[in-house]
Design a protein around this ligand. Structure first.
Ligand code: NDP
Ligand code: 8X3
Length: 253
């Protein structure tokens, strides 16, 4: 029996790569994002009949309701949800950052993720089968200058994932938080508000993770035997690691 997977933010980056990966393996796909044109193009390119796409803005409760209400009957038994839709906006220090950017990140990365999860998990519990895969980030564990609210949203995702596991104990519903580091997608273009040069600089001289690297890892976490739950998986490119604590040596008083 083919499994049904719902992927948020499937129009680009990790979400799109996951859609391709699961489609290759014959899964039935439900894909959501704001860019419906990109989703339609992806569906046409993949050419399979078991793909449903619809517009989804995870920041809008109404859009989430409309999206779920539009899912055809045959697609409604969702086996896996990948809570991937998300973004970072800006890298300014907290005392200069734009409050609207903070609100958008909180609405997308936290509220969007919990709303979608709340829609999907009752059915998983009822069927006693399912897997919630959240896309967190290394930024959820490790602070860096300018990470402020973005990193904090991903800390929420990390802790929410653990708490979901606690609530779901006794059910055959798995929860996994994938925590990628430096990965080349459209992420930095969005973070730098369309400045392609600044976005390219993020990856200059590196071999970052690709969207396909992450899709392979996500796929693996969902295909290990059912009694195995990968709680969290942090992954960085080999060219990335931690630095020493920063110490300002001009602060003697
Ligand atoms: P991309 O910008 O390439 O993709 C982001 C996806 O999220 C797009 O499909 C976008 O679709 C969707 N999205 C954004 N806002 C919304 C919204 N309000 N409603 C629905 N969909 C939305 O970046 P990535 O693939 O890199 O990002 C995917 C996830 O991975 C994010 O959660 C990000 O925080 C996380 N991540 C990224 C890392 C990186 O270095 N790239 C590392 C660690 C984590 P659309 O605009 O069409 O709505
Ligand atoms: C994206 C990775 O290091 O840019 O979540 O925050 S990082």
């Amino acid at each position: 029996m083919t499994k049904t997977i719902l992927i948020t933010g499937a129009s680009s980056g990790f979400g799109e790569a996951c859609a391709r990966k699961y489609a290759q393996h014959g899964y039935t796909l439900i894909l959501g994002a704001r860019s419906i044109d990109k989703l339609e193009a992806l569906k046409n390119e993949l050419g399979a009949t078991n793909i449903f796409v619809a517009a989804l803005d995870v920041c809008q409760a109404n859009s989430i309701d409309d999206f779920f209400n539009s899912i055809p009957e045959a697609y409604q038994n969702i086996d896996i949800v990948i809570n991937n839709a998300g973004l970072a906006l800006g890298l300014e220090p907290a005392y200069e950052a734009n409050l609207d950017d903070w609100e958008t990140m909180i609405n997308t990365n936290i509220m969007g993720l919990v709303r979608v999860t709340r829609k999907v998990i009752p059915g998983m519990v009822e069927r006693n089968r399912g897997h919630v895969i959240n896309i967190g980030s290394v930024a959820g564990s490790w602070a860096y200058p300018g990470g402020n609210v973005y990193g904090s949203t991903k800390s929420f995702v990390q802790q929410f994932s653990r708490n979901l596991r606690a609530d779901l104990l006794g059910k055959h519903v798995r929860v996994t938080n994938i925590e990628p580091g430096l990965s080349e997608t459209n992420f930095s273009v969005v973070r730098m508000k369309g400045d392609q040069e600044k976005a390219a600089n993020v990856y200059e001289g590196t071999k970052p993770l690709s969207a396909e690297d992450i899709a392979d890892i996500v796929f693996w976490t969902s295909t290990v035997p059912e009694h195995v739950n990968i709680n969290a998986l942090e992954v960085m490119p080999t060219c990335q690691a931690w630095g020493p604590f920063s110490i300002n040596r001009d602060m003697q008083n």
